[in-house]
Design a protein around this ligand. Structure first.
Ligand SMILES: Cc1cc2nc3c(=O)[nH]c(=O)nc-3n(C[C@H](O)[C@H](O)[C@H](O)COP(=O)(O)O)c2cc1C
Length: 200
């Protein structure tokens, strides 16, 4: 299914065509494709090149690991995410390795790395759905995440499947159009909430 962004200005197809589906095929992702996804994340920019990201990965070749990640995901998400052949948890390092000071850009940088991965996935015919709906404390325990490392988002990755493969109660949501705020609500001139003259 396609859900192309209805944008006012032109967008690269990789961005326009990306969306977060619920319907995953259970077909596994080849190790070299998983490697490309993680390389994409690895080559993201970050503040002071700190690279404050880590990824815990559960694949079908490690059913126990996949189940461990899945067990941390809330039921409302687990019912569709269970099918995804790859589950990941992104983690942000809270302080700079270089001086131990708080890194207030760490979460921003983890988001950049994940978006790199999302776009790489899109080039490979894979789909990605991120989730805030998981138990971070449980993930910390189950996945042995140390202090100073903050669980950020669960990430389901796989090949897309037909809407009809979903339980009936999820199908309307899957078919719903993607929506966004207007550009004028997120892009201002040089003062908060002022109009950006070039776009009016
Ligand atoms: C950090 C983060 C957390 C999210 N948490 C959830 C979630 O728990 N469950 C869910 O179904 N979708 C979740 N999403 C997906 C968003 O709802 C989705 O990206 C948004 O509605 C825009 O839709 P699109 O990605 O299809 O354009 C999350 C996305 C992000 C980036």
């Amino acid at each position: 299914m396609e859900k192309i962004a209805n944008s006012r200005f032109s967008l690269h197809p990789l961005l326009a065509e990306r969306w977060s589906p619920l319907a995953f095929d259970s077909r596994p992702i080849a190790p070299e494709h998983l490697g490309s996804l993680l390389e994409a994340a690895r080559w993201a920019p970050s503040c002071f090149n700190e690279q404050p990201w880590s990824f815990l990965v559960g694949t079908r070749s490690d059913p126990e690991g996949h189940a461990r990640l899945l067990s941390c995901i809330v039921e409302a998400n687990a019912r569709w995410a269970a099918k995804a052949p790859v589950l990941m948890l992104s983690v942000a390092s809270s302080s700079f390795a270089r001086n131990g000071k708080p890194n207030r850009h760490a979460q921003h940088d983890v988001g950049l790395a994940v978006e790199n991965m999302v776009i790489q996935a899109q080039t490979m015919g894979l789909v990605v759905h991120q989730m805030g709906g998981f138990d971070a404390q449980k993930a910390r325990r189950q996945l042995a995440i140390p202090e100073g490392q903050e669980p950020m988002a669960m990430i389901a990755i796989g090949y897309p499947a037909e809407v009809d493969s979903l339980p009936e109660e999820l199908r309307d949501r899957e078919r719903a159009p993607r929506s966004r705020k207007e550009l004028s609500a997120i892009a201002f001139g040089a003062a908060w909430a002022s109009a950006l003259p070039d776009l009016t």
